[in-house]
Design a binder for this molecule. Sequence first.
Ligand SMILES: [Zn+2]
Length: 442
Amino acid sequence: MIILDSGRVIDPANGIDGTRTVLIDGDHIREVREQAATPAEKLVHQVLDCRGRWVLPGLVDLHVHLREPGEEGKETIATGARAAAAGGVTTVVAMPNTKPVCDSAAVARFVAARGREAGFARVIPAGAITRGSLGEQLADMAELKEAGCVCVTDDGKPVMSAGVMRRALEYARDLELPVMVHAEDLTLSAGGAMHEGPAATRLGLAGVPAAAEVAMVQRDILLAEMTGARLHVAHVSAAGSARALREAKVRGVRVTAEATPHHFTLTDAAVAGVAAGLAAAQPAGEPYDTHAKMSPPLRAEADRQAVISGLNDGTIDAIATDHAPHGPLDKQVEFAHAQNGVIGLETSLALTLALVRAGGLPLARAVERLTVGPARCFKMPYGTLGAGAPADVIVLDAEREWKVDPQRFYSRSRNSPFAGWTLKGKVSKTFVAGKLVHEEGK
Ligand SMILES: [Zn+2]
């Protein structure tokens, strides 16, 4: 057995926040108890002194782009999973917009097998909604589910046809598969490079209005209500989306949602190189910094606040990174031509703790949104330290300050808008299924 002795255990799934000792027996949790490790246990078991450290369930990230197969220069399943382990993320749901798209059992099985070989995190495939994610013919969702996919999504793109979306929801409902949507009305967002607002006007960049997201969130809520399917809204960025989701949940629509650290940390001011929001105490970036370009875009302060309120009241169930690796050729170009996306696996926990310290979110709720909250969205048995649960556990030095240096990331890509930031909280050990997969400084 491995015994994590006398750390501050924060396990929202079981209502625990206090000094506890965690017993790991093989690949599962045997017990979380108040009594410290005994001298007898110290003789026969591996006992790790966790006094002064926090012990949490491993993080569950519902939205990660691992780029393999097809773009291994940006990331591989192994490098992405290694980055996840360093960030305390023990379960990643791999987005299907690879080359080829994960719209068949063959690709889904390949992704899962590569993840198992790498061994750093649980890599769980998401399947496509439509073949090739082209938005036209439905993928074989039964086959995808059979191959281990926990949801279907055409992420990166919306399903523009409401008729196709309706049929997708009906099909997925019969399989009890959640449908994750990238909510974007392309007729409203076309040509836009950042959030439509005063900052875009000043910078002379075409905007993407918040309505491009809100309109699709509302359409998909209507269709989920009509069909009875499970809808999951990815990367909520706009106040109107949070409002629509809140109302839908009250009505009993089967909808869950996630938000990213970059959307609750930054606003469109970051594109102008102005430090605002949680960035106020951090070094300002450069204007037109393409590391502040993503889809959906960084929005206004009122939107950022609405995302935080949504995380607080449960309108938004999960914090997910939308980890999207890109190389220099994609980012060191004019803003309008740069690719969308930032990496996030190695900064999500520390950025969430920064939000907690700024008073945005109570600690237990923040941990819930990183662990059991996302696990419940897709009915996965992770994110809990309950007896018998899979032993995915992290040990955290919550007071440790560190400077974000993307050159030192385990990810193969460097496109982080948080380079140079000083954050607090670093994972010292990560266990997946009872196996040590990351140790800080080793
Ligand atoms: Zn997306």
